[in-house]
Design a protein around this ligand. Sequence first.
Ligand SMILES: Nc1ncnc2c1ncn2[C@@H]1O[C@H](COP(=O)(O)OP(=O)(O)OP(=O)(O)O)[C@@H](O)[C@H]1O
Ligand SMILES: [Mg+2]
Length: 468
Amino acid sequence: MGRVLVVDDEQGLRDALEVLITSKGHVPTTAKSVAEAKDHLSRSFFDVVLTDLRLEPGGDGMDVVAAARAVEDPPEVIVMTAYGTREKAQLAISKGASFYLEKGPHLATDVQVLVAQAINTRRLQADNAQLRQALVGRFSVGGIVGRSEAMREVLDLVQRVGPLKTTVLITGESGTGKERVAKALHYAGETKGPFVPINCGAVPENLIESELFGHMKGAFTGADRDKEGLFEAARGGTLFLDEIGELPVQLQPKLLRALQERRIKRLGAVEEVPVEVRLVAATNRELEAEVRAGRFREDLYFRLNVVQIDLPSLRQRREDIPLLVSAFLRQFSEEYGREVLQVEPEAMERLLAFEYPGNVRQLQNIIERGVALAVGDTLRTTNLPKEVAHAESAPRRVISVQDDSAFPEEGVDLERLVEDFEYGLIARALEKAGGVKTRAAELLGLSFRQFRYKLSKFERRRDGGARG
Ligand SMILES: Nc1ncnc2c1ncn2[C@@H]1O[C@H](COP(=O)(O)OP(=O)(O)OP(=O)(O)O)[C@@H](O)[C@H]1O
Ligand SMILES: [Mg+2]
């Protein structure tokens, strides 16, 4: 069952459509002018708006299209045109209508088919959102979400290495989830102690030694009492050395010693004490290059690099984006006490096309902002930052048609041939996408809306062919 708003200035047609829509189990509401339509749109919720493009006196159906697109949870819009005003209909499509149909002998059938399809689309959108929420659970370990080949390897490593006390070096660009993986490793083990992070790049050079190893009273000016270092604080747990590439060279031997001996000495102390700590280090620098440049000790590098987990940039695993989006929608919906769990297909397209120099963290920020700005339960393109909303998809391969056969004597029907070619590709893309229309659209380099439009044309041609 769907709610359908019918906008037409002809009483007879309104009545007929009302009967037709009711007979299909949907609930119609009628309006005879732009003003009436706007009034209904502002007060009630509709799944579908079916509007004439020409509304007497002087009304323009395009205004209904715009008003429908502007509401919280926009309905699918179908426009009706008089025969031979196709350009206008196409303009309406470009402004956000999903389908158009021509008033004519097939009007009743077309309305039935398209209304059913529009309602179906809306249901599918809702289902997809729910489906993805379920998938997040299946494809995550310790809060790391990912289903790409690369991330599955990471998750597998985390599960295998986590419970061991092995030292792990995590590498990856900023925002790829290094700290998140470090925590997952920590929690994958039977942890008695805490997870203790230190950012080697953020602590002043002269303080980092006492931060790590602690000091005794009087060890240096200002050391007015004994202080435990982070190695001791992390006892039984994990010490996370973030931005290890920033560790001053003169401190590196001391860290190496602590790693090898599992003993440390506080600054100014005489005795060494044993520390039972798991070490995880992270860097977004090429440590090997740092070694070659003499800024990082090779022996320490080898000691840290027992197991390496390399996190791919988000650009290299775009297939994780929808799942991450779902995870973040849930997270921020909970934080903000909202229910923004769906994404408009166009918005998802833009999110898939963006480059993400800041990787997962940037995507997370984009979704947080989106949840805060979204009206209703759906994240839309308008809720995305400008640079994302205007992201261009990667250039597509152009298939060239090379038919070596001679040009037929009698000539060809070019439009027909081009259409056939187009429809053939659409059918193949759909098959390749396992029937998932958003994916098929992606494969064809079309927006979801363009795709849906072409598909409906295709289906109508097919159905029309069956009739005639
Ligand atoms: N695979 C993932 N699944 C869920 N959340 C993730 C994932 N990867 C990263 N995040 C989230 O993205 C944000 C950034 O991740 P994190 O802080 O771990 O990145 P980082 O690699 O340590 O970045 P930097 O190098 O800038 O310190 C965090 O809020 C983290 O929870
Ligand atoms: Mg980090």
